[in-house]
Design a protein around this ligand. Sequence first.
Ligand code: PLP
Length: 452
Amino acid sequence: MKTATTDAMENELDALYGMSKEEMAECAKHLMLGGGTRGGPTLHHGKGVRVWDVDGKSYIDCTAQSWALYLGHCNEEVWRAVDAHARRLTHVHQGFDTLPRFALAKRICQIMPKGMNRVSFVPTSALALEGAMKLALKNRPGSAHFICLWDSYHGTTLGTMGASWIATQSGGSYIGGSRFLPLTQQPVRAPNPYCYRCYWNKKPESCGLECARWLELTIKKSVNGPPAGLLIEPLQASGGQIIFPKRYLEAAREICDRYQIPMIFDEIQTFVRIGKWTAAEYYGVTPEFIVLGKAVGGGLPLGVTVVKDGLRGYDPDTEELHTFANNSLSQVAALKLLHIIARDKILDNVNRMGAYLKEGLLRLQREFPEIGDIRQIGLHIGVEFVRDPESKEPLDAETRAIRDEGIRRGVIFGLAGVRKNLLKIKPPLIITEGECDEVLRVLREAMKAVLR
Ligand SMILES: Cc1ncc(COP(=O)(O)O)c(C=O)c1O
């Protein structure tokens, strides 16, 4: 709702950075980006699932901006809480306790699997993963190497980049992560359970879990010394929205138990988005570490490392110290986010809208056989485009063109997968049936324009 105060604030912002198109182009030259495809609309403001560009055109945002805005853009309640707290405290050194940090630590432990009762906060997702890696090393003396899976993505810090597919030739050429090898961590990789393109040409219903057998062989034959941990997305996001069978994760747990290898669940994308608080809960598999990031900060930067009881945590002797590790504002936003998710039964909406979108996508698949595979759990949805269902030849250029048509028609889809033939539909978790219909309608129009 517009008031005299909000108008005054808008004017203040416009005075601060308002500019012409020419000035924008001039400013853009000074920016240096290391990733993220530029060239989409220049965004001005957002509300709920929608975002508007500087020309006033509106879009449904099926990326939730790096999948990080669970309550959509500019949730009033979150920002009211942040605003109120900002008048009390903003930046606080890690060595000082605060009320939001206490409250958030307790709340996160309530929604973690039983037996996970200690958390550490850091400024962002990849740092939280590095924290889990530090603790895994600390708990496994004599270990030096991590295991991760083919096509995994864990970030671009020097500690995580080596475990992301962007350091390999998975995507067809050596890109970003391959340029910093002298400093990146060098994990050992095991095959991912990518059932749609099974490396052993098996069917999930009847396979003998060859991928899990290879995990064990990798542990036994490919790692020097005891492995420090298995770093794993319980279902892969950036690599291609690849949903892992429950049997695989259960087998991985059993193998890790047998070889005493800590499991680190990278839940940076799965947390809440798959219709349960955690993938650990969804799969009934409890790891030694769970790492949260992205959306957990309610739209502000926050990473969380959660450790299982009985393991060594941090010692306060500068093992883990960051200037902005105790960001009160992110903690308040996180608390409000978790409160709203529980109060408004957001998990139910995730499951209902996820199933609704899947039904719509299945209808589209009957019309467009180029939809090779639809992979959906909750609102973690990927659509893989292929030339035809038999050859499964990836349609990379066409997938990008469909994404671009979507933007032209008012829906921002994500684009990913090591084969670049995957459209991601991962909107804010508050999306309604009517908005899902709009997304499906635009997707159909975009596919018609590109494929017919
Ligand atoms: C599964 C997963 N892990 C880690 C990261 C790294 O997160 P950030 O870029 O917020 O550090 C990402 C980011 O896309 C991710 O998807």
